[in-house]
Design a protein around this ligand. Structure first.
Ligand code: ADP
Length: 542
């Protein structure tokens, strides 16, 4: 009977050609499909736009058995259901309010090839899923956006922590977890929390997005100066789809109003944030999809799962709280593979804003310390003098970077090519900064730098002066020769070298704030006499 079944089955490549009209699988789709067909669990980590959907859409069509797909992204599920139905493949999303009882009953009876459900529904549907497995058999259960399982991650969903119940109730069904964002720790978390089988296969694809250009700039005022290329394009009547992410809802309105008043942008810009009504948000989303609106100024509420291939520029007005969050949002540019641009506009105040946002979030002490690690990572990214592609690839997949320079391009590689980078030994300056951090015991970076620069402002408390008065060298005023930005830049680089670290401090009833602390490695460096040769560019070279 096994041979007979084989004979009836269509080969995966045939399925791909017949239903999608694609001539070949991309890496590693074929291997993932084979693993699932062999009944194995699998974890696939692939950049946005890499082609994760086909990994779970092909096996059920080969096996002619239903599959259940779990995702938190309702609009994405609706899009996929529409696309599958358009190919004549029966698929449904068990979440829309208009759904008839008939569809639901049919879905659980195995009448649909693909049943899309939310994690909320999944965690209460164990019984129904077992019935489905008994009557029709299940080709697989796909858990999309699997990083939502990480409690301290940027997209945490409580319901994801209950999905292991499905795995336990359905020991013979292959589980396929997919995500575009995962550090090694998140990957371990996914495997452990979903109770993937010990021999689950794992694919971690390169995170490099060679069609994206990355750059980082300090925020400027007036506001409009930050968006010069956009204004120029608008004036030439040459606008392309652009997302501007902000840290706060208020900023979405301010920036949308400001840009909307410029030539060529009137009526083409809209804000998008969680305070807007659902119909209003839907309208903006739809207008952007149709290219009626060219610029959306949004909080992160926008776009988890927007499937618009031709977003040409993603600006971030303010640094996100973690490099994962930044990379995922910036990665919405250029999903169609065409050259696109990601610009991060930051200021030193962003970390403080994030500290307040973060402290309102759910989370344990472990979660808080992981989020601080996220802040360290984005701080290091902002201040790195090296290739930005490289710093991201190395963060997400340590050891995976093979290139010498990025192919997509970044501001730092361009500066280096023009000779705008030099090496210097900054051991003495680094020790001054580290000593001040250590002496002040967990103050904000602004205060720390003010002490070094000899500030006599009212905010300079007597104890600060005293603590930094004697220490071999007097620290207060020891760093006058460099400006504020220079010291903060150095602090960012020392964070990248793991000598300094960020920490969010929150006391009940108080606004949370961000402090800098010295790491063990930083303390060891401070005591020693090693040199510290750093590559410098931009304002640090001055
Ligand atoms: P992800 O879910 O990883 O972000 P998608 O599954 O949405 O990516 O795929 C991104 C795009 O790549 C889609 O337009 C899809 O049709 C296309 N694609 C995926 N696999 C292939 C393939 N083997 N050949 C050609 N195009 C593909």
């Amino acid at each position: 009977t096994h041979a007979m079944k084989q004979a009836q089955q269509e080969a995966p490549l045939e399925v791909l050609r017949r239903h999608w009209g694609f001539s070949a699988f991309r890496q590693p789709q074929q291997e993932v499909v084979d693993a699932v067909l062999a009944g194995q669990d699998a974890l696939v980590v692939m950049a946005t736009g890499g082609g994760k959907s086909l990994c779970y859409q092909v096996p059920p069509l080969v096996l002619r058995k239903p599959a259940v797909v779990i995702s938190p992204l309702i609009s994405l599920m609706e899009d996929q259901v529409m696309a599958l139905n358009a190919k004549g493949i029966p698929a449904c999303f068990l979440g829309s309010a208009q759904l008839s009882q008939q569809v639901k009953d049919d879905a659980w009876r195995g009448k649909y090839q693909f049943v899309y459900i939310t994690p909320e529904l999944a965690s209460t549907a164990v019984f129904k899923l077992k019935e489905l497995q008994k009557t029709a058999g299940l080709a697989l259960i796909a858990v999309d956006e699997a990083h939502c399982i990480a409690e301290w991650g940027h997209d945490f969903r409580q319901e994801y922590r209950h999905l292991y119940r499905l795995r336990e109730a359905l020991p013979d069904v292959p589980f396929l977890a997919l995500t575009a964002t995962a550090t090694p720790k998140v990957r371990d978390d996914i495997a452990a929390n979903l109770r993937l089988k010990p021999h689950a296969r794992k694919w971690v694809m390169s995170f490099e997005r060679p069609n994206l250009h990355f750059s980082v700039q300090r925020k400027q005022s007036p506001l409009a100066h930050n968006f010069r290329p956009l204004l120029d394009a608008a004036a030439r009547n040459d606008l392309e789809p652009t997302i501007i992410y902000t840290l706060t809802k208020r900023e979405t309105l301010e920036i949308a109003a400001e840009l909307g008043s410029k030539p060529g942008l009137k009526g083409r810009v809209a804000a998008y944030n969680g305070d807007m009504s659902v119909p209003e948000r839907r309208r903006v989303h739809q207008a952007f999809m149709n290219d009626d609106l060219m610029v959306v100024v949004a909080t992160v509420a926008f776009g988890m799962g927007i499937d618009k291939g031709n977003v040409r520029t993603v600006y971030h007005y303010g640094a996100q709280a973690s490099l994962e969050a930044y990379y995922q949002q910036a990665g919405r540019a250029g999903r169609d593979g065409v050259r696109s641009t990601c610009v991060l506009l930051w200021s030193a105040a962003d970390a403080a804003k994030n500290a307040v946002i973060k402290s309102n979030d759910y989370g344990s002490a472990e979660a808080a310390s992981q989020r601080d690690a996220g802040t360290d990572a984005i701080t290091a990214y902002i201040h790195t003098p090296g290739c930005r592609h490289r710093s991201m690839v190395e963060y997400f997949a340590p050891g995976a970077w093979q290139g010498v320079r990025c192919s997509g391009g970044c501001d730092n590689c361009e500066a280096a090519a023009k000779g705008g980078v030099a090496e210097r030994d900054l051991a003495a300056e680094a020790r001054l900064l580290l000593a001040t951090v250590q002496r002040l015991r967990e103050m904000g970076l602004g205060t720390t730098v003010n002490v070094l620069r000899g500030s006599r402002s009212q905010k300079m408390k007597p104890w600060m002066l005293e603590m930094t008065a004697h220490h071999g060298t007097k620290l207060h005023g020891a760093g006058m020769q460099f400006n504020d930005a220079w010291w903060k830049g150095l602090a960012g680089m020392l964070t990248g070298c793991n000598l300094l670290s960020n920490k969010t401090v929150s006391h009940p009833g108080q606004r949370a704030y961000q402090v800098v602390t010295i790491t063990d490695a930083g303390a060891a460096f401070l005591r020693g006499s090693d040199p510290l040769v750093l590559q410098l560019s931009g304002e640090l070279l001055a």
